[in-house]
Design a protein around this ligand. Structure first.
Ligand code: GLY
Length: 369
């Protein structure tokens, strides 16, 4: 049975709605409702565009025949999230003659969303972006909350801006064409919400793993809605990550270090993708928490067991040196005054930010893998 469409409201100073439902990419009226002016840049990637770009464009034009729609399709994969492609998006907006009421539509996963959002944040000092996430990871995390960025060789997401979307439209039918590995990567971010602050959701994820891995529409819609509600509450209270929003980065400091150290991957290589790196990072954060006496080894084991049940990696890939990973962690955005600040936990559902973490302890955890 197809689940009924849902909405999640994101409050705060720049409120917007997250629409979650099947077939929403074909809903021209819904798409057009969020386009204020005449200029639209549709930014997508080489895997997603052949599946959905023409349909989105046709639906929009049917609702708003006056629109001028430009397109920019980038190679799929994290390796596209560069300053050079940010420049390409800016050039595409210039070629379109986009004015201040223009709208960038981010059609794809986290890479398209982050890049499109950053271009929208910068063009004429800020135009609208509407996020049309097609991956689970983008639906439950990156499309919500206004973080936009590109990567540089020195680190992931180091250049960017906070720029909340005008709306998020998540068409869950797109998950049917998502490669299983990408689905699992998104489920790592879903598990993160349970691990940070919702033990009951963690238990639900333990029970529902077969349905979620099989791509069951109803289970996925529930997981997406719960994740978005959780994130929406936090970003409404702390949009610029001055406090509790940092908790959403459980596993990310370790994970980003792994991603940066292995080099940003293109599809088809053996590098961990973002969700996989976060899965490993959460286990490392749990191990470090146990070393520091904040949690037990049994807590770590519960998390590790759940990630394994979702067929996610739980160990640092071979060939990455502990010292090199620690070096990458020193450039994390949460750090202050040159000291490591990490999200750790006191067990399932109880994450917290810990300042001034001893690097020697971190190194021990990294060395143990
Ligand atoms: N992905 C974490 C955040 O949006 O804050």
């Amino acid at each position: 049975m197809t689940p009924a469409p849902r909405t999640v409201a994101v409050g705060g100073d720049t409120p917007y709605t997250i629409h979650i439902g099947t077939g929403l990419l074909a809903d021209g009226a819904l798409l057009a409702r969020h386009v204020r002016g005449r200029h639209v840049l549709l930014l997508s990637d080489s895997q997603v565009a052949p599946l959905y770009l023409a349909g989105v464009k046709a639906a929009l034009l049917a609702a708003r025949p006056d629109l001028l729609i430009g397109e920019l399709v980038l190679p799929a994969g994290e390796a596209s999230k560069t300053l050079a492609n940010f420049g390409a998006a800016i050039s595409a907006l210039a070629a379109l003659g986009a004015t201040r009421d223009a709208c960038v539509l981010a059609l794809g996963g986290g890479v398209a969303g982050d890049l499109a959002g950053f271009a929208a944040a910068c063009w004429m000092r800020g135009v609208d972006v509407v996020q049309l996430p097609t991956s689970l990871l983008a639906m439950v995390d990156s499309s919500v909350g206004g973080k936009t960025a590109v990567d540089i060789p020195e680190g992931k997401n180091l250049v960017g801006a906070f720029h909340p979307p005008r709306a998020v439209i998540a068409d869950t039918a797109a998950l049917r064409t998502l490669p299983p590995r990408e689905l699992r990567a998104g489920l790592a971010e879903v598990i993160k919400y349970g691990a940070i602050g919702d033990p009951l959701f963690f238990q639900w994820l333990q029970a529902e793993h077969a349905a979620l891995l099989a791509g069951d529409d109803t289970a996925l819609a529930q997981a997406i809605a719960r994740s978005c509600e959780y994130k929406a509450d936090i970003v409404a209270r702390d949009p610029l990550e001055k406090g509790e929003r940092a908790l959403l980065n459980l596993g990310h400091t370790f994970g980003h270090a792994i991603e940066t150290e292995q080099g940003y991957g293109a599809p088809g290589n053996d590098n961990l993708n973002h969700g996989e790196a976060v899965a490993v990072g959460m286990v490392l954060a749990a191990r470090l928490s146990a070393r520091l006496g904040m949690s037990s080894d049994a807590d770590t084991e519960q998390l590790r067991a759940l990630l394994l049940r979702y067929q996610l990696p739980v160990a640092i890939p071979a060939g990455l040196a502990a010292q090199a990973l620690l070096g990458r962690m020193r450039l994390d955005k949460k750090n202050l005054a040159g000291r490591l600040r990490l999200v750790l936990w006191r067990g399932i559902g109880h994450a917290e930010v810990v300042a001034d973490v001893d690097e020697a302890e971190v190194l021990q955890v990294l060395a143990a893998g």
